[in-house]
Design a protein around this ligand. Sequence first.
Ligand code: NDP
Length: 246
Amino acid sequence: MTAHNPAKVIAITGASSGIGEAAARRLAADGHRLLLGARRTERLSRLARELTAAGGTVAAERLDVTDAADVRDFVACAREHYGRVDVMVNNAGVMPLSPLAALRTDEWDRMIDVNVRGVLHGIAAALPVMRGQGGGHIVNIASVGAYEVSPTAAVYCATKFAVRAISEGLRQESAGDIRVTLVSPGVTESELAEGITDPAAREAMKAYRAAALPASAIADAIAYAVAQPPQVDVNEIVVRPTASAQ
Ligand code: NDP
């Protein structure tokens, strides 16, 4: 840590796998103090133990981002542990792709609940704490699907367009004390595609995902935004595999 990049308290949702886990590894290595949240507590605890053994300051808490009270408790827990919350990384997300005509309405609801409501719950929980302490940084994980729509991804892209709109609105309303960063990954190695139940959408994903970036590439983008000095607000980062057109 340097005066330019002081250690921060960072809460990360969806830290039990993929991009959230990679972000935890990178941000712990950078010397930040972390609270990790997700539903699979065994994996979270194992990660927290591993990072702590390597010299990090890392705690873990069960979290379901679809429950506003749960997210409030999560942020309160970070504050109890460390006295403040400098950065909230709203990363938890699901992507059960399917054509609209398949009418998988439960999956549409789940994407809206996790990807949109989850991010709003994170903002609602963190914003008052950050305002109270005189500043903070909200990092929302969207997708290249926040910029373009493709077949089977209408609802998923809608949730990510929403995350982008919410982030931009928050940025405009929060100028002065809250930094807002939208990180939009292209295809990245993770467990995200395992939630696809539609057979055709699942098959189509196989070729697309062959070019996937390591999750550490997205973690590096998050760490870059976090490391900037207070007067620098990195608003949007899109990270695609060089080999990928989408
Ligand atoms: P993973 O499936 O590997 O990780 C998703 C994480 O979200 C897990 O830790 C999961 O934990 C958590 N999660 C899911 N539902 C909930 C919930 N209700 N409450 C709390 N946590 C939850 O996928 P990724 O790492 O890829 O996904 C991270 C983000 O990146 C998502 O927002 C995704 O949309 C976005 N993204 C990913 C891309 C990719 O190609 N991988 C591309 C573009 C964007 P648990 O199940 O333990 O709760």
